[in-house]
Design a protein around this ligand. Structure first.
Ligand SMILES: Cc1ncc(COP(=O)(O)O)c(C=O)c1O
Length: 430
C-alpha cells in the first residue's frame, strides 16, 4: 500500500512542514505541486487562485518569466564565490540606494529575519544601549530579540508574550512592547528608560495582523521621538517594500527612518533581503575590516539572487505593475465592502494598495487590542470554504491577502463571488 505523501512528510520532517506557519488546521493534507502566475495547484490537480502568495513575495505573480530568466542566465555564468564582490551586487546596491529614501548604503542578506537581526545589532553597536522598542502585532522575524507579541491572546496583551521557548529572560527584558499607533506610550517608555533605548523597530503598516494603518502623524511622531532620545528608528519594510512602491512605504509616508529592512517581494520570491540606511551607521559593519558590528553570511549577495532582484525592480519600473495591483486591490476592497453591506454583516475592510483583509468586527481599528473583537470562527471558516470555490486565502486569524500583477479583474470577480458563497454557507451553518 502506498504511504500518503503527508505521512511520509511527517515521518521525516517535524510537523511535516518547513515553517511553523505552514501547518494550518484543515490543510494538513495539502501538497503543493505547481505554481504559475496567480495560481497554485495541489497533488490532486485542484487549482486555486492564490491570494496568500507565500505571505507576499510574488508581486509579479508566481514564476515570473523575466525574473526566472535572469536567475538562470546569471546563475549559469556566475556562482557564489565568497570573496570580493560581483558586478550584479554592485548594480543592485546602486539601484536600491537610488530608490529607497533612507538608503545611503546597503548590505544584502537572504531572509527578512537576518536583515532585522543585523539592524538591531547595528543599533546597539552604534548607541551602546540595550533596549529595543517593538509594537504589539508587528513581526520582525524569528530571532530572540523580536520573536514576541505578534498575535497575542487577550490575556497576554500588555505582558511579554514570547513566540518560543529558549529565549533568555535578559533578552525578553530588553525588548519593550508598545501598542501600535500609541506614540504617547512610546514616549513613556523612552522616558522610563532614558538614554538606554537603542532602537525603535516598526512595520510602517502593521501587516502581520492584516493591515492596521498608521494614524496620521504617528510615524512622524516616532521619527521626532527617536531623534530626540538618540534612538535609531528602524522601518521594517520586508512586506511594504516594493509591494507598496519602489521607495517603500517610507516614500509614501514621507518619513525617513535611520535604517530599513527589505525582503519578500524584492526578488519576486527568490530569497534575498537587504538592510540599508544612514552611511555613518552602515559603515560600522565589519565589512570594513576592524569595524565593530560583525556581519557575515555565506549566501549574502548571491549573484543569481541579486539578478532576480534587479529583474524584479526593472519590471516594476518598466511596466504598470503598481497601477495594476493597486487598481485590483481597490476593486477587491470596494467589492468586499458592498458584499458585506448586502449581507448585513458588520466588517472593517482594510488594506493598502495590493493588500486587503476583512476583519469581522465593529470599527474603527487603530491598534492590536481592537482586533481582539474579530470573529475568528468566521474569519477562518469562510477562508476554508473558499477552497471549494477555487480561491485561496490563508485560513489563519488576521492574515492579509495579496494581489499580484498576474491577477486579473476576472480573478477579483471570482474572489468576490466565492467569498459571498463561502460567507453565506458559514452564516447558514450558524
Ligand atoms: C515585517 C516582517 N519582517 C521580517 C520578517 C521575517 O522575514 P523572513 O521570514 O524572510 O525571515 C517577516 C516575515 O514574515 C515580516 O513580515
Amino acid at each position: 500500500m502506498q504511504v500518503p505523501p503527508t505521512e511520509r512528510a511527517s515521518a521525516v520532517i517535524p510537523g511535516g512542514v518547513n515553517s511553523g506557519q505552514r501547518r494550518v488546521a484543515g490543510l494538513e493534507d495539502l501538497i503543493v505541486t505547481a505554481t504559475s502566475g496567480a495560481t497554485f495547484t495541489d497533488d490532486s490537480g485542484r487549482r486555486f487562485i492564490d491570494y496568500h502568495a507565500a505571505f507576499g513575495p510574488p508581486l509579479l505573480g508566481h514564476n515570473d518569466p523575466d525574473v526566472d530568466a535572469a536567475v538562470f542566465d546569471v546563475g549559469r555564468r556566475l556562482d557564489n564565490v565568497g570573496v570580493g564582490v560581483t558586478p550584479v551586487e554592485i548594480r543592485l546596491a546602486e539601484k536600491l540606494v537610488e530608490l529607497v529614501p533612507s538608503f545611503e548604503k546597503v548590505l544584502l542578506t537572504v531572509t527578512g529575519s537576518e536583515a532585522t537581526f543585523h539592524a538591531i545589532r547595528l543599533a546597539r553597536t552604534a548607541t551602546g544601549r540595550k533596549y529595543l522598542i517593538k509594537f504589539q502585532g508587528c513581526y520582525h522575524g524569528w530571532h530572540d530579540a523580536v520573536a514576541m507579541n505578534v498575535i497575542s491572546a487577550a490575556d497576554k496583551v500588555g505582558k511579554k508574550d514570547p513566540l518560543s521557548g529558549g529565549i533568555l529572560p535578559e533578552v525578553l527584558d530588553a525588548t519593550l512592547v508598545a501598542p501600535y499607533n500609541d506614540a504617547a506610550a512610546v514616549e513613556r517608555l523612552l522616558d522610563e528608560h532614558a538614554g538606554e533605548v537603542a532602537a525603535i523597530i516598526i512595520e510602517p503598516i502593521a501587516h502581520n495582523i492584516g493591515a492596521v494603518l498608521p494614524d496620521p502623524g504617528f510615524l512622524e511622531r516616532l521619527r521626532t521621538l527617536a531623534t530626540k532620545h538618540g534612538a535609531i528608528l528602524i522601518f521594517d519594510e520586508v512586506i511594504t517594500g516594493f509591494r507598496h512602491g519602489l521607495g517603500g512605504y517610507q516614500k509614501v509616508a514621507g518619513v525617513t527612518p535611520d535604517l530599513t529592512t527589505l525582503g519578500k517581494a524584492m526578488a519576486n520570491g527568490w530569497p534575498v533581503s537587504a538592510l540599508g540606511g544612514r552611511s555613518d551607521l552602515m559603515e560600522m559593519f565589519s565589512t570594513t575590516p576592524g569595524h565593530p558590528a560583525f556581519f557575515a553570511g555565506t549566501f549574502n549577495g548571491h549573484p543569481a539572487m541579486a539578478a532576480a532582484a534587479l529583474a524584479t525592480i526593472d519590471k516594476l519600473e518598466r511596466e504598470p505593475v503598481h497601477e495594476h495591483v493597486f487598481r485590483l486591490g481597490a476593486m477587491a476592497r470596494q467589492g468586499l465592502v458592498e458584499l458585506y453591506d448586502r449581507l448585513d454583516i458588520p466588517v472593517v475592510v482594510s488594506g493598502y494598495g495590493s493588500v486587503f483583509v476583512t476583519y469581522f468586527l465593529q470599527g474603527p481599528v487603530h491598534t492590536y487590542k481592537d482586533l481582539l473583537a474579530n470573529d475568528v470562527e468566521l474569519f477562518i471558516g469562510y477562508r476554508r470554504r473558499l477552497m471549494a470555490h477555487g480561491v485561496f486565502e490563508l485560513p489563519l486569524n488576521l492574515k492579509r491577502s495579496n494581489v499580484s500583477y498576474a491577477h486579473t479583474e476576472a480573478d477579483i470577480e471570482q474572489l468576490l463571488q466565492a467569498t459571498e458563497a463561502a460567507v453565506r454557507e458559514m452564516m447558514d451553518g450558524r
